[in-house]
Design a protein around this ligand. Sequence first.
Ligand SMILES: N[C@@H](CCC(=O)N[C@@H](CSS)C(=O)NCC(=O)O)C(=O)O
Length: 289
Amino acid sequence: MIQLRFLKSPLLSSSNILSNFSPKPRTGTLLPHPVTKFKPLSQMDSYSTTTTSSSSSSSSKLLFRQLFEKESSTYTYLLADVNHPDKPALLIDPVDKTVDRDLNVIKELGLKLVYAMNTHVHADHVTGTGLIKSKVPGVKSIISKASGSKADLHVEHGDKVSFGDLFLEVRATPGHTLGCVTYVSGEGPDQPQPRMAFTGDALLIRGCGRTDFQIFTLPKDTLIYPAHDYKGFTVSTVGEEIQYNPRLTKDEETFKSIMENLNLSYPKMIDIAVPANLVCGMQDLASKA
Ligand SMILES: N[C@@H](CCC(=O)N[C@@H](CSS)C(=O)NCC(=O)O)C(=O)O
């Protein structure tokens, strides 16, 4: 097993996709409550050898839905604290084409959407964030500061995004894009167990999108929920990917060679998606609403 934590430089320079959408860093905004700072990575759990595994959250508070957009094979995740009187909810990586479906589920379940978040500036679809904001006043968009994208709130490694009594930690996982982050469910007695990691395109199931691998420092039973799957997988675990990911079980040189020879086609939507996603989908909304 290779030490994967800081592989990003050689991979970044070899990525055609990235070179098309690695924006200049912007100055971030201050994060109002409830997006707050949490303890630094150095004080977090180190690698865990726990082997307990479960396919669903044991928390009675968390409502969780995995939603799929088939044209771009994108997963959108709905999370809510249903024990909280407001039932606050958030969406991770919404897609413009499925916004009505997602908002309908939220309405049917009696949830209050507070955040529409992105793991990164996507190249293969337009985020649903802008459309959601136009349809649900008060919803705040969130993306990383390092993404260079506009949003209501910019997060950085170490920030915490709260919804009711639940929260997500923000972990910088650059590689696929400079601003990629993974949102990891919180740690603590009231937080879902096992933990859940929303990895965007950094770590896919049995694949990856050119990445930094601190995700593998999470406990082995952490559930992996990627932004895409092209083979029909829905969920994995850190332990499973450490053992079976065909790219990440190789030594560093082999890994680099695999990634440099993926020969992925130019994403069909990239020229539309990246400019739109750099403004968090706030472009040209009149024609879509
Ligand atoms: N053909 C699709 C895009 C497929 C692709 O390139 N996926 C990305 C994540 S979305 S930018 C990726 O990194 N895939 C890694 C892999 O191993 O598949 C399109 O045209 O949109």
